[in-house]
Design a protein around this ligand. Structure first.
Ligand SMILES: [Zn+2]
Length: 167
């Protein structure tokens, strides 16, 4: 992500990007989600490549609009947002701090199964309850508050919660 501009200018751009949140999960910025692929700055012309989390996710339009508006407010009037579909976004791209924020917000973070997990539990998903950290949880519905999330319930504390689905 190197170009002719100084690090402080790029840093300023990233500070702006950090302020753009996922409208469905307002604690997560687009940097937390890991959907920003590339940022280029040339003669005050900003180009940002974004990979949507889910192609059908209506949140992406809102994110692009917020991003352009915020950059305009900050004095960048030449803004182009490119949608890059390949390679497809996976929950692996989410930052660790993003996963922590997601959990603090009460949504189970995407869980990548290790080889050992698969041996012990098979393909069955082990989702940790964001309230009490128990792994004794069950899926209630494939679709939670939005299509990007599934609805789970904890068997220990009985709290229902959203799980950010792995892709
Ligand atoms: Zn629980």
């Amino acid at each position: 992500m190197k170009n002719a501009f100084t690090d402080s200018e790029i840093e300023k751009l990233y500070t702006i990007l950090e302020q753009v949140k996922d409208p469905e999960i307002p604690v997560l910025s687009i940097l937390d989600l890991g959907i920003v692929r590339k940022v280029t700055l040339e003669d005050n012309h900003v180009q940002i490549d974004i990979t949507p989390t889910y192609t059908a996710c209506p949140a992406m339009g809102v994110i692009a609009m917020d991003l352009v508006q915020l950059l305009n407010t900050e004095g960048y009037h030449n803004v182009v947002i490119n949608t890059v579909l390949s390679p497809a976004w996976t929950t692996d791209w989410m930052t660790e701090s993003g996963k922590e924020k997601l959990k603090a917000y009460g949504i189970a973070a995407p869980h990548q199964k290790s080889k050992l997990d698969k041996l012990l539990f098979g393909e069955q998903e082990q989702i940790e309850c964001p309230q009490c950290n128990s792994l004794d949880t069950k899926k209630i519905s494939e679709f939670g508050s939005t299509a990007c999330k599934a609805l789970y319930q904890c068997n220990v504390c009985k709290e229902p919660f959203d799980y950010f689905k792995c892709h």
